[in-house]
Design a protein around this ligand. Structure first.
Ligand code: ATP
Ligand code: MG
Length: 151
């Protein structure tokens, strides 16, 4: 699926629509493991912005900042399906060495959890085949958003 958003408000509406699809799909598949969503896009494409919008829709009141330096942040939501949000930014990771310390297996096995990963390309080999992929591209002042259930 594909959307072309002009304004930040369009972008927010598309984010809502995509989150609804993701949530419905997650309920159908069973919620025992995390729903992993990979956000692809260049610097400044809007990956963190989309995550912040998702956080707001899920009822997170805490401010969601880019986890570039801490790599991973955890939030409790007010949502019954996605009770936890894990926000990961792999940008500063160098290749795939020493990934063990991040205990991603634990995250992937976390029930009722939405796990959003920025710069997933950097840790590609550890991401499951059934992860969801969202591509955000600059398109003039707006953004083109492509949603794929599998890569
Ligand atoms: N849909 C949009 N339309 C217009 N501006 C946007 C949009 N999304 C994000 N921006 C603006 O672009 C800037 C960078 O956005 P953001 O931090 O979300 O990018 P990012 O993809 O997370 O980048 P990085 O790779 O550095 O983490 C912000 O100032 C934000 O307000
Ligand atoms: Mg970011």
């Amino acid at each position: 699926m594909e959307w072309n958003t002009e304004t930040i408000k369009d972008f927010e509406n598309t984010t809502k629509e995509i989150l609804q699809i993701i949530s419905d799909n997650y309920i159908q598949q069973g919620t025992d493991n995390a729903c992993v969503v990979c956000l692809h896009g260049d610097l400044g494409a809007g990956k963190t912005t989309m995550t912040q919008m998702i956080g707001q829709i899920l009822g997170i009141t805490e401010t969601i900042n880019s986890p570039t330096f801490v790599i991973k942040k955890f939030y409790q939501t007010a949502n019954s399906v996605f009770q936890k949000l894990i926000h990961m930014d792999a940008y500063r990771l160098e290749g795939e060495q020493n990934l063990d310390v991040f205990r991603l297996d634990q995250d992937f096995q976390s029930a009722n959890t939405l796990m959003i990963i920025e710069w997933p390309e950097i840790i590609e080999s550890v991401i499951q085949k059934n992860a969801i992929h969202i591509f955000i591209e600059h398109d003039g002042a707006g953004r083109k958003i492509t949603f794929k259930k599998t890569a």
